[in-house]
Design a protein around this ligand. Structure first.
Ligand SMILES: Cc1cc2nc3c(=O)[nH]c(=O)nc-3n(C[C@H](O)[C@H](O)[C@H](O)COP(=O)(O)O)c2cc1C
Length: 177
């Protein structure tokens, strides 16, 4: 029987096979949680993590990541909640690498929501962070009893776990005039 449209449009045998592909590749998905893979793949050596509730620490983290360029360090910002923080043990595999932690304190001296898991991991973990270079910048307010408690803890704990403090902790007071 003749083609009812009477033309030479493609027959089914000419049609290209069509398969539904996932919207993002598995590599992209992995690199979301694995900051270390992202650092390695993009030639970066600086990662700035932030523990932030209302955005101040996140903004500081962004500024610090950009500042890295002055020291020939390509930087990136990372949310600890989105990262597998156990990968910190692999930072030593990246030459002259540095992890900075911009950490705010809340409430009765608690971590921000996005740094809660990291805080628990630091407390419970028995990991060897030898070879990890780090610095901590704390955000807090002197009018609170537990002034900068979390950043001070993170700074102390990272050293206990064997990491190398490359700069003394910076303590920020947003009540300072
Ligand atoms: C409800 C509330 C509770 C806070 N509790 C503390 C605290 O216990 N200790 C402290 O040093 N700062 C405390 N702060 C100050 C914050 O840590 C500070 O404003 C910080 O810059 C907020 O950072 P973020 O915008 O990244 O969340 C508190 C602030 C608020 C609004």
């Amino acid at each position: 029987m003749e083609n009812p449209e009477g033309d030479k449009k493609s027959s089914s045998s000419e049609k290209k096979p069509y398969t539904i592909q996932p919207s993002s590749s598995s590599i992209e998905q992995t690199s979301n949680s694995s900051f270390i893979k992202k650092l390695k793949l993009t030639g970066r050596s600086l990662v700035v993590f932030y523990g932030s509730q209302t955005g101040t620490a996140e903004e500081f983290a962004g500024r610090l990541a950009k500042e890295g360029a002055r020291y020939k360090m390509k930087g990136m910002v990372a949310d600890p909640k989105e990262c597998d923080m156990a990968d910190l043990v692999e930072m030593k595999e990246i030459q002259k690498s540095l992890a900075i932690f911009c950490i705010a304190t809340y409430g009765e001296g608690n971590p921000t929501d996005n740094a809660m898991d990291f805080y628990d991991w630091l407390q419970n973990g028995n990991v060897d962070l030898k070879g990890l270079n780090y610095a901590v910048f704390g955000l807090g307010n002197k009018t609170y009893e537990n002034y900068n408690r979390i950043s001070i803890y993170v700074d102390k704990r990272l050293e206990e776990l064997g990491a190398t403090r490359v700069h003394e902790i910076g303590i920020g007071d947003d009540d300072a005039k």
